[in-house]
Design a protein around this ligand. Structure first.
Ligand SMILES: [Zn+2]
Length: 293
């Protein structure tokens, strides 16, 4: 297969923000055209030779584009033997349980309030029960899975729930293996860090993944392909949060310091008071490598 990339293809209706990738077969036939607009958020994949309507693919899923092109090549090669493009329907990807959706965001109206001991603490303008979790103010989100999936963002409520209850981040069910009582866990370079001098344990911001969902996770997530290892763990316990940090301004105003995803230990009350937690980290112990077929 060959590829040609155009940044400025002559076009009767020129659009300068568009890039176009054309995939062609060894014989020189055009198999697929992939266009991406700078701000569109989607690849548009046209597969002219197999008679399938243009497909929209989220820009976070370039591997799905590759899958479509390869499937089109196979279908094109098989057309002589009566195959048609009708077999070429992309498999819809399951949106993992922890992934945030666009319709779940709510405004965070925050301020600093003086607590009984005289210390300032970050609170919501309209405090509610359940604002605090594990001793820190937790970011408010809805839990309705409405709107487009935001592939790089986790829903704070569901992530938190997964961490406290050992739920699978993909299907949302109990991840614990009933036979052994152990919890399967995929660790990645970005979401895991070892604890110095404590072997077979670490801190992670990624929830567990049940045995049934591990092959799908490893097969579809490009980041997992690059840097993952699968373990089972004996236990997990809340240890820290990732948080946006605030400082008090005039009149109790909450001023964002510009810091996102700051790791704050649950044993650091002086920092927790100025933190809006978006993810819960747990410490996992007695990690043992799990062989995945
Ligand atoms: Zn699962």
């Amino acid at each position: 297969m060959g590829l040609r990339l155009y940044g400025d293809r002559p076009d009767p209706f020129p659009r300068s923000d568009r890039f176009e990738l054309v995939a062609h077969s060894r014989g020189g036939w055009e198999v697929a055209t992939v266009t991406v607009g700078e701000r569109s958020g989607y690849f548009v994949v046209s597969l002219p030779s197999v008679g399938v309507a243009a497909q929209m693919v989220n820009v976070d899923q370039p591997y799905a584009v590759v899958g479509l092109i390869l499937a089109a090549l196979v279908a094109q090669a098989g057309q002589g033997q009566g195959m048609t493009g009708a077999a070429l329907t992309p498999t819809p990807l399951r949106v993992p349980y922890v992934i945030a959706h666009a319709g779940e965001a709510v405004p965070q109206r925050l301020r600093f309030a003086r607590r009984p001991l005289g210390r300032l603490r970050l609170v919501y303008d309209d405090p509610r029960r359940g604002d605090m979790a594990c001793g820190v103010l937790r970011a408010r989100v809805l839990n309705n899975r409405q709107g487009a999936p935001q592939w790089r963002k986790l829903n704070t409520l569901r992530q938190w729930r997964c961490m406290l209850k050992n739920l699978c981040q993909v299907c949302g069910q109990d991840a614990r293996d009933p036979a052994t009582g152990r919890v399967p866990w995929i660790t990645t370079a970005t979401a895991f860090r070892v604890i110095p001098d404590v072997p077979n344990s670490g801190y992670t911001s990624a929830p567990a993944t049940c045995r049934a969902c591990i092959p799908e996770s490893l097969g579809t997530c490009p980041r997992l392909h690059m840097s993952s290892a699968v373990y089972t763990v004996a236990r997990s316990e809340p240890a820290a949060v990732l948080a946006d940090m605030f400082s008090p301004g005039p009149g109790g105003l909450a001023v964002h310091t510009g810091e996102h995803n700051v790791l704050v230990g649950l044993n650091e009350p002086h920092l927790l008071r100025s933190a809006l937690a978006t993810q819960l980290l747990v410490r996992i112990d007695d990690m043992r490598p799990l062989k995945v077929a």
